[in-house]
Design a protein around this ligand. Sequence first.
Ligand code: ATR
Length: 288
Amino acid sequence: MENTRSLDSHTTLYGIFGDPVRHSRSPLMMNRAFLECGINAAYVAFHVKPEGLKDAVNSIRALGFRGVNVTIPHKVEVMQYLDEIDEGARIIGAVNTIVNDNGKLTGFNTDGIGYVRSLQEETGIRLEGKRVLMLGAGGASRGVAYAFAKAGVSRITIANRTQDKAIQLASSIDAFAQSVGIGMDNEELDRIIEEADVIVNTTSLGMHPHVSELPLVSELINNNHVVSDLIYNPRITRFLKEAEARGAVIHGGLGMLIYQGAYGFEYWTGTPAPTAIMRQVVEQSLED
Ligand code: ATR
């Protein structure tokens, strides 16, 4: 297969809006995916400042972009400029993917569902009926909690340093989860760990450069658990290393990045995303 393609007057346009945006792996990943599938398209990173967001969104219509990803800090603000918001994005309260259907812009959130798809595909776990312990209740947790609920888990427990945020998050997804609880004192948390099938870190503890921090210290983690971390820098956090040493199946955060993009690719093109090649190109870029 040829490794380059030429752009022409039929090239379909895509992009990502962020501030900052130069660190984004999405252009590499998405352009490689288009190439792999023989789709005549180009995906470009746009540094959009908050004051320029409205105009940038209007340019999607004006210039006929088929789709755009939205990243920090625009995921919430962008919603007011769209024509429709998908149910999941509405509940999560943030949009990371925009689809342009002949000028009608619809916002989706593929972060959480991307995460859940990567967890299932990469570990082989079937989430239906499983019990999940989520550590953290920040921005990233919302989509993940929603996607777990949608995947049919039987219980989600949210443990967070600031308990009010865990309570708020739990109540916002309660209608979708069969059961949502809040991790409280240590004794209760121990019981929840023992009963959990999946333990996932959604906090920033352990993220580069604070690689020695742990979101949870527990002797109770064992080979009955799938332990997952949303962090992908480092690729394998200390939390995951320790869980693996205890026999748990581990799952890192890189898949979330790949599969959130895979969903966008599929919404835009109707073509199954070439996830293996997308992963390869992202992994390679992290090594550079
Ligand atoms: P993101 O959008 O990446 O999820 P965030 O919204 O700032 O970031 O959320 C960070 C999460 O990490 C929160 O759950 C936060 O706990 P609080 O809600 O109590 O702030 C958690 N977190 C960050 N630093 C922490 C620390 N030192 N100890 C415990 N939890 C921490």
